[in-house]
Design a protein. Structure first.
Length: 480
């Protein structure tokens, strides 16, 4: 196995590798390889050496891919940073990776004002004369990516993604989903996110398929590119699929080439999946996290026994188990913490006190259970659960039930103090509904201790990443 782009250029030189709808340009594998070689030379000219990090702030564009493979040839590590973060946090993220170079679109230069290195625009970088240097002897000796987690407190942690991990993610996805040269994968998630890289940009390039990069998510444009380029697999988060289904173009969109739609990054309400299934589309959930690869649990394409609230079974190269408070494995039906291991998982964080994971298993912090058939269900977070009158309350359970209503666009649940029950659930809702309607709906579907005693209606919920609820900020604003 190898990530070497020149190998793919030798095999599939004339085949289209990347499509950039924003500029209506396509790059073949040979052209992408030449751009990667030029990027390696420009990185060398900019003083980037083996073992250095290169920070990038940009929307999705082919330059990302050229830089990743160019950095690989230099033995450097690409360190994407979200352009949605404030300048102070961007600067702190940069300090953690200690980059030799920071590259950005001109619109994001101000975000790098606090970075420990001078910023250079991508346009200026691409005018540099490449230095005539060869590739390092062993590009696999350095990490491929430093990816930031969707942290909810303080600065996100930096996950060290080794080449071994990237390769195994490519292999396990290709094996599980049957990816190949006919694969056409739209990338709707940003490339500062693990989902942008691994679902499905790099696995698609690994097998000779075609990657379609949406510069920045737009629901109508996403539907158009799915149809125009004949997308075969579409991955996103619940917010993406909801937005596409709510556009006027959804009913007439042609999904004839799509094998499946898959949602990850958090629970997907039935109300989000339903419009796709009503159109005869296969819509499933998956599960993963940055530390996990991120490909951990999925539904096989050929399975007909879909379970909406399940995230499926482990990928071929990932093991999963559920453990109790004592660390011992739990049998089917019991709820505990989900743990993962395998060649797809990361081994360490960068520059943190808890830099190395304890043992071979990655603790996800997610509460889950497994049924008798081996399918997994995410129940909530270990640090989100609270006790109300002696009963465990999982906010995610309440959110899943209430978000199935079409008049609820988004919801978050926090625990608030109560004189009799110690803590009770409070629902913070984005939607066109009212407290009485939601309370009646909840009383029919939830246990008494799960029914929210308070409702707050807001315009939006805080997010820590694409489609990820920032629970710490939600608690700060609405908890008591």
């Amino acid at each position: 196995m190898t990530l070497a782009l020149d190998r793919r250029a030798d095999l599939w030189g004339d085949r289209t590798a990347v499509v950039d709808p924003a500029t209506d340009r396509e790059l073949s594998y040979a052209e992408l390889d030449r751009r990667a070689e030029d990027a390696a030379g420009r990185l060398a000219a900019a003083g980037v050496d083996e073992g250095d990090a290169v920070v990038v702030l940009a929307r999705n564009r082919p330059a990302w891919l050229a830089l990743l493979f160019g950095a690989r040839r230099r033995g450097a590590t690409l360190a994407p940073v979200s352009h949605r973060l404030p300048a102070e946090t961007v600067g702190e993220c940069c300090e953690r990776t200690d980059p030799a170079l920071a590259l950005c679109e001109p619109r994001f230069e101000d975000l790098l004002a606090d970075a420990p290195v001078d910023a250079e625009t991508l346009a200026a970088f691409e005018t540099r004369d490449p230095a005539g240097v060869g590739a390092v002897d062993d590009p696999t000796a350095t990490p491929r990516l430093y990816l930031h987690t969707g942290g909810t407190t303080g600065v996100p942690k930096v996950v060290v993604v080794e080449e071994r991990q990237v390769e195994w993610n490519c292999v396990t996805e290709a094996a599980a989903w049957g990816l190949g040269k006919e694969t056409v994968a739209p990338v709707l998630l940003p490339l500062f996110h693990t989902g942008g890289w691994h679902l499905l940009a790099l696995p698609t390039l690994y097998v000779g398929g075609r990657v379609v990069l949406q510069r920045e998510f737009d629901p109508e444009a996403a539907l158009a590119l799915i149809e125009e380029y004949g997308a075969t697999q579409v991955f996103g988060v619940a917010a993406i699929f909801r937005a596409m289904a709510e556009t006027g173009a959804f009913e007439d969109a042609d999904f004839g080439t799509v094998e499946w739609f898959m949602s990850g990054g958090g629970p997907t309400p039935e109300a989000v999946a339903e419009p796709y299934r009503e159109r005869g589309q296969r819509f499933v959930q998956g599960y993963g996290l940055t530390e996990g690869g991120p490909n951990n649990l999925y539904f096989e394409p050929g399975r007909n026994d879909l379970k909406h609230d399940s995230v499926g079974r482990p990928f071929p190269d990932c093991e999963a188990r559920i453990v109790g408070d004592d660390g011992d494995s739990l049998p089917a039906g019991e709820t505990g913490e989900l743990e993962l291991r395998g060649p797809v998982t990361a081994e360490r964080y960068l520059e943190t006190e808890d830099g190395t994971f304890e043992g071979p298993w990655v603790s996800t912090g997610d509460l889950a259970r497994r049924d008798d058939e081996g399918d997994y269900y995410i129940v909530g977070r270990t640090d989100n659960m609270f006790v109300s009158g002696g009963e465990n309350v999982y906010p995610e359970r309440i959110e899943d039930v209430l978000s199935d209503r079409p008049d609820v666009a988004a919801i978050g649940v926090v625990g608030v103090a109560h004189e009799q029950w110690d803590t009770v659930p409070k629902a913070v809702v984005v939607g066109e509904t009212d407290a009485e309607t939601l309370r009646s709906y909840a009383e029919e579907r939830l246990a008494d201790h799960e029914v929210p005693t308070e409702f707050a209606f807001v315009d939006s919920l805080p997010e820590s990443g694409p489609g990820k609820l920032d629970r710490a900020e939600l608690e700060r604003r609405y908890g008591e």
